[in-house]
Design a protein around this ligand. Sequence first.
Ligand SMILES: NC(=O)c1ccc[n+]([C@@H]2O[C@H](COP(=O)([O-])OP(=O)(O)OC[C@H]3O[C@@H](n4cnc5c(N)ncnc54)[C@H](O)[C@@H]3O)[C@@H](O)[C@H]2O)c1
Length: 320
Amino acid sequence: MNKILVTGASGQIGSELIPVLREKHGSDNVIASVHESHLLDEVDLTGPSVELDVTDKKQVEDIIESTQPDTIFHLASVLSALAEQDRQLAYKVNFEALYTILENSVKYGVDKVIIPSSIGAFGLDTPAVAPNDTLQRPNTIYGISKVLGELLGNYYYSMTGLDVRGVRLPGVLSWKVEPTAGTTDYAVAIFYGALISGKYVCYLRDDTKLPMMYMPDAVNSLILLSEADGSKLQHRADFNVAAISFTPAELATAITKRLPHFEMEYAIDPMRQAIADSWPDELIDDVAKTEWGWNHKYGLDEIVDDMIEKLSIKLQDKIG
Ligand SMILES: NC(=O)c1ccc[n+]([C@@H]2O[C@H](COP(=O)([O-])OP(=O)(O)OC[C@H]3O[C@@H](n4cnc5c(N)ncnc54)[C@H](O)[C@@H]3O)[C@@H](O)[C@H]2O)c1
């Protein structure tokens, strides 16, 4: 039996990872921990949920000690755009709490900790088409925290045996929970604009090409890596995973093919544009393919079709 604790469970990824984990491992074996109690209703309540502020060291210790998880999916994080606006919060959540989670995992005999990294772990010195192992000098507080997560993950594995694993996720598109704190959020918000008002004002330049992925692929990458045969892994917490790359203009064109009245305007946000400009255009994920059989399923057309279908139902009261 595999008992799993998920932090940041009510977020964009957690809210979609939890139902899949519960289906695989049984509802009672997957504990969803959320930051604020009012969000408890938002996570799938078909199994146990607890309130957890990961910056509260005692709470983290109490929950790991009392729930005795075999695996922790540590998703609690402050994402790129919010982290630049509130460095202190980002430091507490992305740096200090990460250490608390890892130390308590060692102390209470957790087997595995899965920590998503990000394209944010790359920087201006990284090639535009980024290999798995390359220069990483991010110039954002979020990116620095992601490199720390990768390095600490590899360190804890070699020094303590705690099996820390992680994928560098591209921007993730999904329809269930709307992202609000990242740099790639436009790629989701654009669908809300297209369906509700027929318009969207994009904060990134039309030619800003970034790696992106649909949520089912992102969830699958986390689960596949968590289940991979450890003896075959040369890397641990630092795998590129890729699906597609596109620009805002290309996404707008794909939406216009389905919703011909859609119009896109641009009002560039210098902070998010600078973050996006420091990230690679594409990730090469050959290492993940070789070491644990990763492959994505969804391309741009499949994503756009599914987003429009699902959001049309979700937003039916708001669509005129
Ligand atoms: N969504 C993406 O496009 C994307 C891309 C690359 C990497 N990632 C990574 O995936 C992970 C999950 O991201 P997400 O998209 O679900 O983000 P999200 O912002 O939707 O969710 C983050 C979660 O962290 C929780 N959180 C924040 N502060 C907390 C605290 N003090 N204690 C406990 N919980 C706290 C929030 O309540 C939220 O549920 C993060 O590590 C993120 O860096 C996400």
